[in-house]
Structures are given as structure tokens and as C-alpha cells.
Ligand binder design. Structure first.
Ligand SMILES: [Zn+2]
Length: 272
């Protein structure tokens, strides 16, 4: 296949111009990967027929489908490229970590959610990974915006996993990663094999994890009786800015209340 990177040079330059405005973003990996980046055009993306773009982090290649080209998808893949780096025998792509000796990976759900959140923030173009984006906004409230950005663009010694573990346990954090990875895997494939109830349980578990982590964070700071903060956090799970309310959004809040965790006036309007 022919490398058509020059055809997309203007879009790449615009991407750089926008990200350069944010002094918290480290672009070292972006510039290093850009030197060897290849862009190929194809009629379809292998393995994901619904996708119109893809990034192969192993070979640093973006594949685009010219017939259904979407600028937003191209930016999404550029974020993947900008956050790719290797450390010891681990290949990092943002929050996705791949052990190159056995190909095991974790963090895909977290990574796609944050990548799409960045597209939303910097280019106003997010459409995909709705539930993951909600979760990442909630994680941002626990760990802070700048820490997440630092981890994403150039992984630090302490991983994002370890950062979250400070507010929960090792087992709970692994379960959260596993649940979110599985949710993303299923959602990307439109997999009918999973029932709505199972999907709901998966989402509920993620919500409960994030709620607990946030409460522990507040408790560590002595702010756990701040009802405004807690209400705001809970409402963060109920974003309704999309026309089609995705599975889970309303039920999540209902299940939180059913479990006796919170009863807040504002959320009652969501309960049918
Ligand atoms: Zn992606």
C-alpha cells in the first residue's frame, strides 16, 4: 500500500497547532512517532467493518477509508499516535498497556474513553464511546485533569492503575479495568451475545467503583460531608447531552438509589 501522509499534512498541522496551545500536553511522543507514521487508504478496516479509521499501534500506521472519511475519526487516531511509546517490554498507547512478550493488554476501555474525551475538548468532535467518556470525566474528578493528561501522553513510573488503587483496592481496580475493557469490547462489536441485564450489571459495577473511589478521595481530604460535591459527582453519571440516551444512563442512578447509596432530590427527576 502507498503511504499518503502528504495528502493529510494540513490536518496534521492543525492538530499540532491546537495541542501546542496546551502547555500541559507533552508532544515528544507525537513528534517521534510522526517521523515514521504511515497513512494508508483502504475500502474497509479489517476486523472492524463499522469503523472508518484505525490506528495500528504496533506498526504506527493509520488506516483511513476515503469514501467515509471523517475528520473526527482522523483526530481520534492522531491522539492514539501521539500517545504511543515503549518502556521496557511494555508498549503504551495512552492508557492501553500491551505486554509485547505475550500480547496481553489492559486499559482499552479507559484509553478509548479518554481519547474521545480529548477529541471532544480540543476539536468538539466526539461521537463515540459515550459511556466510557462519562466514566473518564468522573475519573478526572478523582485524579485531576493534569495528572490524567501526563499519564496519557507520556506514561510515568506510577501507572494510572496505581493512581486509582490509592482510593480503592488492587482487586477492585483490576475488576474495574476488566469490566470497562469488556464493555468496550462488546459495545464496539455490537455483540448480541450479551444480554441487556448483563451489560447493565457491567456498567453498574463500574459506576459503583467510581463512586466508591471518589468518596474515599473526599474522605482522605476530610471533605466527605460536602453534599454539593457528592451531588455534582452523582449527576456526572447522568449526562444527557446526546439525543439517544444510551443504555444505562437512567438505570444507573436508579440502581445507586436502590442500593441505598444516595438519595438526592435532583436525581429524582431521572427516575421513572
Ligand atoms: Zn480508538
Amino acid at each position: 500500500m502507498k503511504n499518503v501522509i502528504e495528502k493529510y499534512r494540513a490536518e496534521i498541522n492543525y492538530f499540532i497547532e491546537v495541542l501546542k496551545q496546551d502547555s500541559n500536553i507533552c508532544l515528544d511522543n507525537f513528534y517521534r512517532n510522526l517521523k515514521t507514521l504511515k497513512i494508508y487508504e483502504s475500502d474497509a478496516i479489517n476486523d472492524s467493518p463499522n469503523a472508518d479509521a484505525a490506528y495500528d499501534y504496533k506498526t504506527n500506521k493509520i488506516i483511513l477509508t476515503p469514501k467515509s472519511f471523517k475528520l473526527q475519526s482522523f483526530y481520534h487516531e492522531l491522539f492514539h499516535m501521539a500517545s504511543r511509546t515503549k518502556k521496557n517490554n511494555i508498549l503504551y498507547d495512552g492508557f492501553l498497556a500491551i505486554n509485547t512478550s505475550n500480547n496481553q493488554e489492559y486499559g482499552r476501555g479507559l484509553n478509548e474513553g479518554y481519547t474521545e474525551l480529548l477529541c471532544e475538548r480540543y476539536f468538539g468532535t466526539a461521537t463515540d464511546y459515550y459511556i466510557e467518556r462519562i466514566f473518564l470525566k468522573q475519573i478526572e474528578k478523582i485524579l485531576g485533569e493534569s495528572l490524567l493528561k501526563e499519564h496519557y501522553f507520556s506514561p510515568r513510573d506510577e501507572s494510572i492503575f496505581e493512581e486509582l488503587e490509592k482510593y480503592t483496592s488492587d482487586e477492585e481496580t483490576s475488576n474495574f479495568f476488566r469490566n470497562l475493557d469488556y464493555y468496550t469490547f462488546v459495545a464496539e462489536r455490537d455483540d448480541n451475545k450479551i444480554t441487556e441485564a448483563d451489560l447493565q450489571e457491567l456498567i453498574d459495577n463500574c459506576v459503583l467503583f467510581l463512586y466508591k473511589a471518589y468518596m474515599n478521595k473526599l474522605s482522605q481530604k476530610g471533605e466527605d460531608s460536602d453534599e454539593d460535591k457528592i451531588n455534582e459527582y452523582i449527576n456526572g453519571f447522568t449526562l444527557a447531552e446526546v439525543e439517544v440516551v444510551p443504555i444505562g444512563t437512567i438505570k444507573i442512578i436508579k440502581s445507586l438509589i436502590d442500593k441505598g447509596l444516595v438519595v438526592i432530590e435532583d436525581t429524582k427527576k431521572y427516575i421513572k
